[in-house]
Ligand binder design. Structure first.
Ligand SMILES: Nc1ncnc2c1ncn2[C@@H]1O[C@H](COP(=O)(O)OP(=O)(O)OP(=O)(O)O)[C@@H](O)[C@H]1O
Ligand SMILES: [Mg+2]
Length: 263
């Protein structure tokens, strides 16, 4: 455990981006973003951002702690000129990101209306990344379900460490496997090879073909780790580090250390 904490606390030598992917809904992406950001935030003492790069209605903001404002990535995009050049201080960004208190990280939520806003372009992604990269050392990017979306591809191109999540079900694993095919075919073989796979467990292990899933992703990615079933996570309520069981904290520290190894 001490080695894991040391790994998570290391100086990575610059800004690093971790991107969590699986085009299947309910694959545990948003949960992983929050638990990783919490674990890194706690162990490193801040400078961590969790950014919801869903085009609309990502659930990261809902599963995080609320702040005094409910601004989202759309508001930041609209006001980007305030951060142009060397303008904008870290305090100014507090108008757009939601502080997570004892979690020691911030959340940049996605647009919460069902119909609001248009597509997020690759340029929009790059502009936001440029601004937030001035104030954070580690950025965790949650992604949507459309691999062809510009902002999905832009997030992949800026990725230092890929995390592939899935629930321990064949449909979730198969969607992930096809996405890895796509990444390999589009020149991102190294990202795939270095990826960390996280499989979240159901309440009971009956009827799941875990060994086949583990074997497939162990052959293609750097590490495969299991995320234990946790009732609080399944409740849909906002997550708090202090409310997690010690088993969940330990498991996510191991996952965080595996992620940190690639940074
Ligand atoms: N470790 C876990 N323990 C218990 N339940 C879990 C765990 N991981 C994920 N879940 C369940 O899976 C649900 C979906 O997870 P999550 O919202 O993270 O998926 P997602 O991949 O972000 O989906 P979407 O693409 O729709 O945004 C959670 O709300 C929770 O009910
Ligand atoms: Mg999600």
């Amino acid at each position: 455990m001490r080695r894991d904490v040391e790994m998570v606390r290391r100086n990575f030598g610059g800004l690093r981006q971790v991107t969590v992917v699986n085009p299947k809904g309910g694959a545990g992406k948003t949960v992983a973003i929050l638990l990783l950001a919490m674990t890194f935030g706690q162990k490193r003492g801040g400078y961590v951002l969790a950014w919801d790069n869903n085009e609309t209605q990502g659930t990261l903001g809902m599963r995080a702690q609320q702040d005094f404002h409910a601004r989202t990535v759309r508001d930041l995009l609209r006001d980007l000129n305030q951060f142009h050049g060397s303008h904008g201080r870290v305090g100014d960004l507090s108008q757009y990101v939601r502080a997570q208190g004892e979690g020691m990280f911030d959340v940049l939520a996605s647009d919460e209306s069902a119909t609001g806003g248009g597509m997020l372009t690759a340029t929009a992604f790059a502009e936001i990344r440029e601004v937030v990269s001035r104030f954070y050392k580690l950025i965790f990017v949650d992604t949507g379900n459309n691999v062809r979306a510009q902002n999905w591809q832009a997030a992949i191109d800026a990725t230092d460490q890929l995390v592939v999540t899935m629930s321990a079900r064949n449909d979730s694993a198969e969607t992930a496997a096809r996405m890895l095919d796509h990444l390999e075919q589009s020149g991102r073989q190294r990202l795939v090879r270095q990826a960390v796979t996280v499989v979240s467990m159901p309440p009971s292990r009956k009827e799941i073909d875990l060994p086949a899933i583990q074997a497939h992703f162990a052959a293609r990615t750097r590490a495969v780790l299991l995320a234990p079933y946790e009732r609080l996570i399944d409740s849909g309520e906002p997550l708090r580090y202090a409310a997690l069981s010690s088993a969940a904290r330990d498991a996510w520290l191991k996952i965080a250390a595996a992620v940190a190894e690639g940074l």
